[in-house]
Design a protein around this ligand. Structure first.
Ligand SMILES: [Zn+2]
Length: 531
């Protein structure tokens, strides 16, 4: 029996950006977009072009993605024509293959919030969908408050959905905007909707106000909907959106769904789920939810005792799916086999061939554990992990030594403009017999240090010309008695490749220096620079 295709639509960058305390920079948005694309998500909603400069910028250039990049915005305003609505114009001009319009589907909101007639709202839906189809865009319509609207006036809510479908919208998305609808209600209402709009054109957008956004999404799928909207880690305002990180493995691993549906996420992509979920938290400077289903550190952790010994004999006795399927690991004892197989998997990914019984693998595993215990984060800092591994195998040449550095921050009275802060850094680098001294000014100590370090690396300079630091994140960790600082640096080079390095120290400059050094050395290794 051939399976039905189920589509995933991510709104982390739009609805997720509404989360209290979340403020995505343009760099964050691009990085998250890449991550979603690599995960195999069908649609990525980038934001609201025209609403703020960052989103407008994001939609100014096309992005090379496998996913369908989607712009979000309102249907034309009541009483305006489609050609005379700046908001709609910004959407139509956005460099995005799809447009997701939002429109009201609850008669009460149309009258009270929009202050217009029910007919004018339907006309706005029809006109906007038609205008976007006319510009060759795939169109989705988010029916705001669909479920509450349906309960109040089913024929009007349905009329909104049908209007969009008839004008050629490929998806009509039923939104539980207030998040209070319960699964049995979702299932019953979606079952009615699919009698009028075919299920393979119906999506569900659930909010988590009763902790049932994931359950509501599955209820809609059972009733016939074939698109699920959600966010990574369930980000979203109030209690969040449906969590795609929980939905994806359920679709892939639970026979009820896996036997019936295909999604674009492959088994290999599924194995990156833990990494993706943690990378988002790291970017938001949050600690990951230990007890998150599938991806949490505790999701497959079992305390010693009868459970642990049963698991050793047969893992399926206490696990509903295998931890490896989502890139997680079983945690039983400190020196477990899982740690080793994880390290082996990483070595294979990097392309380093080494026997699993090699003593160096044991040493690497110990080193990673020791360092992670004091704050290093190798799951995120892929490049630092690779260097650690390569050093353990003895394949990193000694390119250069920094024999000395000095960073000075001065505050001086400015002439009437408040105090001026000046930062300078001096770095002494030894390359073979050669000693180079570089000095630089910067807009802060880390920047000055970075500029000085990369100013002149002698014969290696040509390899690092295209190196750029794209992000710098600092986090204070309380490990035991004293607070330490973890610095994560993200770098990019002329080939567009990205990597992350880490440094940990009680001193922020020292932590930054470690991460900077790793980034440069990684680039030299990657470029095949000679020793
Ligand atoms: Zn929403």
């Amino acid at each position: 029996m051939s399976k039905e295709r189920l589509y995933l639509f991510d709104t982390t960058l739009r609805d997720g950006a509404q989360t209290n305390g979340v403020d995505f920079t343009p760099t964050d948005k691009l990085a998250i977009m890449r991550m979603l694309d690599e995960l195999g998500i069908d649609y990525i909603e980038g934001g609201y072009p025209g609403a703020n400069p960052a989103d407008t910028q994001l939609f100014a250039e096309p992005h090379m993605l496998h996913s369908t990049f989607t712009a979000f915005g309102m249907v034309r305003r009541p009483g305006r024509s489609t050609s005379n609505d700046p908001g709609l114009a910004a959407l139509l001009d956005a460099k995005a293959a799809a447009i997701c319009f939002v429109a009201k589907a609850w008669d009460y909101h149309v009258k009270v919030a929009l202050e217009t007639t029910l007919d004018e709202n339907l006309a706005a839906i029809r006109d906007s969908v038609r205008a976007a189809r006319g510009r060759d865009r795939e169109v989705l319509l988010d029916c705001e408050h669909f479920f509450d609207g349906y309960k109040a006036n089913p024929s009007y809510a349905m009329a909104c959905a049908k209007a969009a479908h008839e004008e050629g919208a490929s998806w009509v998305v039923l939104c539980d905007t207030n998040g209070g609808t319960l699964p049995h209600e979702v299932e019953a209402i979606v079952a009615e909707v699919v009698k009028h709009v075919p299920g393979d054109h119906v999506g569900i957008h659930a909010h988590n106000d009763t902790e049932q956004a994931v359950a509501n999404s599955f209820a809609a799928v059972r009733a016939g909907a074939r698109q699920i909207q959600g966010t990574l880690n369930g980000l979203g305002e109030r209690c969040g959106n449906a969590n795609l990180v929980s939905i994806i493995p359920t679709l892939k691993l639970k026979p009820e769904y896996a036997e019936k549906f295909d999604i674009n996420v492959s088994d290999d992509q599924l194995k990156s789920l833990v990494r993706v979920s943690h990378a988002l938290d790291e970017r938001l400077n949050r600690s990951s939810h230990r007890h998150a289903p599938y991806v949490g550190e505790s999701a497959f952790a079992t305390k010693a005792g009868i459970h642990a010994s049963a698991i050793m004999k047969d893992p399926s006795t206490y696990e509903h799916v295998t931890p490896e399927s989502v890139g997680n690991q079983r945690r039983l004892l400190v020196s477990d086999q899982a740690g080793r197989s994880n390290v082996m998997a990483e070595l294979e990914r990097i392309g380093l061939k080494v026997d699993k019984n090699d003593q160096r693998v044991t040493r690497l595993l110990e080193e990673v554990k020791d360092r992670e215990a004091i704050g290093y984060a190798y799951e995120t800092a892929d490049a630092s992990f690779e260097l650690l591994a390569r050093r353990m195998l003895g394949t990193v040449p000694k390119f250069f030594d920094v024999s000395y550095f000095d960073v000075k921050v001065e505050q001086r009275a400015g002439n009437g403009h408040g105090p001026e802060v000046l930062t300078t850094a001096v770095v002494k680098v030894r390359i073979g017999d050669e000693m180079l001294i570089n000095a630089a000014e910067g807009n802060g100590p880390v920047n000055a240090l970075d500029v000085a370090l990369r100013k002149d690396l002698g014969k290696y300079q040509k390899f690092i010309g295209g190196l750029k630091l794209t992000d710098y994140r600092v986090r204070i960790l309380n490990s035991g008695t004293e607070a330490v600082t973890r610095v994560l640096i993200e770098s990019e080079d002329e080939t567009g490749e990205h990597w992350t390095t880490v440094g940990v120290s009680a001193n922020i400059i020292d932590a930054s220096f470690q991460a900077l050094m790793d980034s440069i050395v990684f680039k030299l290794v990657k470029s095949g620079a000679p020793a």
